[in-house]
Design a protein around this ligand. Structure first.
Ligand code: SF4
Ligand code: SF4
Length: 435
């Protein structure tokens, strides 16, 4: 695609990169069939190609975007299905990140959306504030019928019966391997996930220890920074990013080193794997950030290299595997979770159109509730067509999005792997025992 961005604007390294990316798009339109928003709206401006053109125009005009551009870029889920399918290698994730940064630095949103976005970037990375906000939201859930739009969506997404709270495993500490040590890893204990479903970290640690892995919860780690980054506020993400890098590298530089940084929420994994890119222009941090990105592994990616040991086989269940976009498109981890579940004795089925987003997408289900709801309904229908007994996924956002709608338990992949290798039955299965 040809561009004509003014030389002065190209002095900005982000815009220079955006220019290079836009030029790799050959306008073929192959991505349109994989774009969830285009599939629903059938509007070129809500397709990857259309958004690339909108961003090109925004950079060429070198001024604040108009409301139409903002609207169509806001509707993008950042699911990255387009990037995964693009034959020309267009790095859409980096382009939309810079496009969003331009919007947030030059465009003044109306008051209410501005306040809500600000509130989300403060609440979500802070587990204490998030817990308070979540409990208030859950208490107010019966009133949601009186509200509309984003405020209603905020109450809708609060899970009805989540075991909210903290787990002792999330504090800084070391969990020794239960057999001869094969690896030493740090684990990202996260922010939202450890509040909404503390059992996921507990299952991850049990699984790793049982497979000869020493697990360190490093002092000083916190949110991965993804929410601020997705909202076009990378500067707000940086304190989290740098604190995590320091915490993990202090463990990596100890005797024994570090074999991996384990992440069990794929949205966070995509973000940590991009730390090197986020800090590429900072001479003091770029090498450290790249080191962390290279160590980052999804739990299923890491367990695939270790292999599953099965001392205990639970009841053979039919599992519908829901591939989170950040897992399959963002990190290109496709077969590992399925292979592991099968190796652990489960029957795994993949619902149709598994490349399509469920509508969760970070805070998309709050900020774009109508589109998110339509995507959710499609995903739920596809999952239900499989006659599965349980849904497994590797991302808390997807789990929360689907839990109240699919009619069968939704668990994290790692909970099934833990159960199959000697851990307890996942809580969601205990609450709703399968027939
Ligand atoms: S598939 Fe890639 S090259 Fe083709 S229109 Fe989409 S982004 Fe451009
Ligand atoms: S990231 Fe997803 S929603 Fe956004 S343009 Fe690409 S395919 Fe469409």
């Amino acid at each position: 695609m040809r561009t004509n961005i003014p030389e002065a604007a190209l002095a900005d390294r982000g815009t220079l990169l955006a220019n290079d990316i836009i030029r790799t798009c050959v306008h073929c339109g192959i991505c349109l069939s994989h774009c969830p928003t285009y599939q629903i709206r059938h509007d070129e401006n809500d397709s990857p190609r259309g958004r690339i053109i909108l961003m090109r125009n925004m950079f060429e005009e070198d001024r604040a975007p108009d409301a139409k551009t903002v609207e169509h870029l806001d509707r993008c889920l950042t699911c990255l299905a387009c990037e995964a399918i693009c034959p020309s290698g267009v790095q859409y994730s980096k382009l939309i990140a810079h496009g969003r940064e331009r919007i947030e630095s030059t465009y003044r949103r109306p008051f209410v959306p501005r306040v809500i976005r600000r509130m989300l970037t403060v609440l979500i990375p802070n587990p204490r504030l998030f817990t308070i906000g979540f409990l208030l939201g859950r208490a107010a859930r019966p009133l949601r019928g009186l509200l509309r739009g984003t405020l209603r969506a905020m109450l809708e997404v609060a899970p009805k019966d989540a075991r909210v709270g903290s787990s002792p495993v999330d504090r800084p500490q070391i969990f020794l391997a239960l057999s001869e040590r094969r690896a030493r890893v740090c684990m990202l204990s996260g922010c939202v996930q450890k509040v909404l479903d503390p059992a996921i970290n507990e299952a991850t640690i049990r699984l790793l220890r049982r497979h000869g892995v020493e697990v360190v919860i490093a002092r000083g780690i916190g949110c991965c920074g993804a929410i601020a980054e997705h909202m076009g506020l990378p500067e707000q993400a940086l304190p989290f990013v740098k604190a995590n890098i320091d915490a993990w590298l202090s463990e990596a530089d100890k005797p024994g080193g570090l074999d991996a940084i384990i992440i069990n929420a794929s949205g966070c994994g995509t973000s940590v794997k991009a730390y090197g890119h986020a800090l590429r222009l900072d001479p003091a941090w770029k090498d450290k950030a790249t080191r962390v990105s290279n160590l980052a592994k999804d739990i299923t990616e890491f367990m695939s290299t270790l292999g599953i040991q099965i001392p205990h086989t639970p009841r053979r269940l039919r599992v519908a595997y829901h591939a989170a976009c950040s897992m399959q498109h963002g990190q290109r981890i496709v077969h590992q979770p399925i292979d592991l579940l099968r190796a652990a004795g489960y029957e795994v089925v993949e619902p149709p159109d598994s490349f399509m987003c469920c509508g969760s997408a970070g805070v998309y289900n709050i900020l774009q509730s109508s589109l998110a709801s339509e995507l959710k309904q499609r995903k739920v229908a596809n999952i239900q067509s499989m006659n599965a007994e349980v849904v497994a996924s590797g991302n808390i956002g997807c789990m929360t999005q689907l839990a109240d709608a699919v009619g069968i338990p939704v668990v994290h992949t790692v909970e099934l792997l833990d159960w199959a290798t000697g851990g307890p039955m996942p809580e969601a299965l205990r609450k709703a025992p399968v027939e």
